[in-house]
Design a protein. Sequence first.
Lengths: 354, 688
Amino acid sequence: MASSSDAPGSVTAAVRPAVTVSAAVAGGWRRAAGAWLAIVGLVAAGALFTLPATVLLARAIERDLGASLMADRVAAGTDLVWWDEFAYRNAPPSFTPAIIGGAAPLGTYSDLLDGDAPPADALAAAAVAGAAWLFLSGGLLERLARRRRLGTRAFLAGCGALFFRLLRLALIAGVFYAVLLGPVHDWIFDGLYPWLTRDTTVERRAFVWRAALYLLWLAPVLAVNLLADYAKVRLVIEDRRSVLGALVAAGRFLRRHAGSAVAVYAINAVAAGVVLLLYLILAPGGRGGDWRLLAALAIGFAYLFARLLVRAAFLGSAMTLFEGRLAHAAFTAPPVPVWPDSPAAEAIDNAART
Amino acid sequence: MRRASLGLSLVAAATLALPVEGLRLQSPATAPAPAEAGSTPALSPRNANYSIDVELDPKTRTLSGRAVIAWRNITSRPTSELRLHLYWNAWRNTHSTWMREQLRGRQRRHSMLFDTTGDRPAGDWASIDITALRLLGSGEAALVDLTNAGQFIAPDDGNPDDRTLLAVPLPEPVRPGGTVTLEVAWTSRVPRTFARTGRVGDYYFIAHWFPKIGVLDDRGWQAHQFHAGTEFFADFGVYDVRITVPRGWVVGATGRERERRDTAAGRTVHRYVQEDVHDFAWTASPDYVEHRETFRHPTLPPVEMRLLLMPEHAGQEQRYFAATALALRKYGEWFGPYPYGHITIVDPAWQSGAGGMEYPTLFTGGTRWLAPDGTGDPEAVTVHEAGHQFFYGIVASNEFEHAWLDEGINSWAEARVMFEEYPEQALTLRFFGGFVPWVIRDALLTREVHGNGMPGYRMFATSDVPATPSWRYFPGSGARITYSKTALWLHTLERHIGWERMQQGLSRYFERHRFSHPEPDDFFAAINDAAGQDLTWFFDQVYRSSRVFDYAIGQLTTTRSGPRGFVGDGDRAVFSTGERHEGPWRTEVVVRRIGDGIFPVDVLVTFEDGTTARERWDGRDRWTLLVFERPSPAVSAVVDPDHVLLLDVNLTNNSETRRPRAAEAARHWAGRWWIWLQDLALTYGFFL
């Protein structure tokens, strides 16, 4: 407990220096790295929930190829002849060459930015995985907040405890995303962009406009995401029950620490970009062979792990920044020891540091 | 508008150089010496000659034009009227035949049409209005004022709102061999690009822009309304055109520039002349950067290549030149020489919509700011459009009725050129608004399927019979029949009769019908001659029907067993289980004809000991059974193993093996898809 008295033996409260942006990022990455096992579990869960759709696709491919020698060519690599035929014979709409190598993430981001909905067959499967992520993210948040191993039971207990709050938060944020992905996107890219580039005869210029509009559109999208992240932080760390309250509180925090929060977010976004770039370079193509498939899966899962690690770092950095900037019970600035030292004060200081 | 007396003389003299009957004209007193007119020996009939003055006003986006058209009746029948194409009226409003068909075609999911919505603002639309039309007599006096005599006609669909074809009655018929000279003045609104014609910003591409006389042959006028799915048709002649544009703008046009003159009003007049062509297009922009190179070949005439390049594509000029030279070389070696001595390559501006189109001695290519090697931009479109100089430009078939004679033949030829020169063309995807290319290097395109357009053809295989006049194809799908189906059956023919005979056939067709208007039967005759056989059975199926070809291996069994049951006679008969562990293997292959098309096919059976057996089946019945007794069991059977029948819409069913690897292939691709799906879930899960 802090005291502002100057009497001898008393302890004067002093504010610990607020955590810096770099420290918040570092702290977030330490939390994320510490939670690597949980992240592996999340990757495994994602794989499990998308496996049924994958098996269905495998069966469809096998049925289409039958006993044909075409299968030899398809097993050996990317055979566009068969791919065109399979598409004509009603292949799942998501099964296109855009799933190969680096085209896979680029195509997904491109569709997102250009407002193109994912194919229905993939959307259904991804929605199942998304629901699983929503459930399991509660456990991850707990793990990141507590900064210690939880064990499966405690992890799942955290999932359960937070699920409905996270679901309500997702629904509220979903309304904003729907507006941004829907009418706002249409207005910017089907209205503003054609108007701005109507008489442009230089492609480079049109691209610059488009890139600028991507940023213009992304700004509120990422702002909503940032607010939702800090709402999650406050839900978990302060054990709030009200999602609206958490959102308002997150908004207050962001208003006071906007620069730092955005800087932390931006640094982690750069890390996400690095992960993407590495995958674009390393992602295997379509050549066949079982060992190539294993390599593709290994690189693919490593990429997915890295993506989730970065996501965890986003959340962990937000937690570190929040904890480091806000003073209240259990997170108060430790008293500055004055001579003669008070063992009690020093004990509290040590506890606050660890 | 200054009278184009010099130009009038040029075209009138070109027309009058030949015997005339009917309306007699005299050259004006200011005419140049006859030697100057049509200064090169005539390669074509030169029966439709134009002397045109046109001025572009970029502020109002209008053209003001005046032309003298000298036309000679080269048929054996007289005519009491002339028919003039006024193509730009197709984009006057949404009730024209072109617009109705365009909008109808857009309702199809796979329509490959340009942006032609009916929602455009006023300034985006086009029109062409004749302000004066006179039949010229001797000297300066007009013979007959026909300005109000013309009537718009709609012989194709009876659309009273269509104003793309004007019938002009004549006071006297023009007898065979007779000539008539018209003077016509018009104004037109330059649209924001429709069908590769128009402007965006200060970039102008002007095509089909003047009142153009239709083609009269012995059957009558072959002049159609302007349809959404077709192109054009006109007679050969001499074009002498003076184009006035703002000073400093770079102009490209059909022909060679003969003269350039600045005017006091801050404008420049560019004079272009070209003989023996049937159209004239031009372009103007202040942004073009000009490059020149010369195509040289040991046995073909040199061609000066002039490239008008957009500044942002700097660095791609050599790619344009290389592709143009490639087309000139290959088409020249295979079919015949390019005769004009010069060619203009236009790199269209972004959003101009002018790319990928052919005009005599000038064509538009098309590339992107980011155009990695091996993706076909700008090479494929350049080879294709340069190739059109041969099939369309020199062999001037009727694009209204037989679009396949230029588009299909050219698509087939272009694919051969491209895959010979660039055998490894990879699939390119474009992301982020189409701006960012991503090349999938191990996803290679094939000439047989992608070069010929099989994916598109497959979707519309039965939409129209190719022999249907092209203007009557269903909007939006006609291109698949015209381009893709033709390329596929030509390539099939190439494999069936051999490249040498195919090349000879095309070369004969080119040589026989240069500077004329051939019909489909002319083409078939040339191929039959070169092939030394009557291929009517083939042409009837691919051209006169919409039959689809699909052969399949229905069944492959290979057994080594004797009869199960009683074997032997009478009391000596014994029951056999049929098991046998020695002796020959009996292989039975059922080959099916699933499609309606009939084509002779080979069947190749491979045995475990490495031997093979090949049988020829005439492909007529719905199925056939092939039986082999061999020391080794069969491993696989393939129908059409050499892929001669490129029209076969399903290659997956062309084979069967006893060692299928479908499960391995499924694992291979489902595994990759699995990673993609999880990545998709994470991307959208970012928002949860």
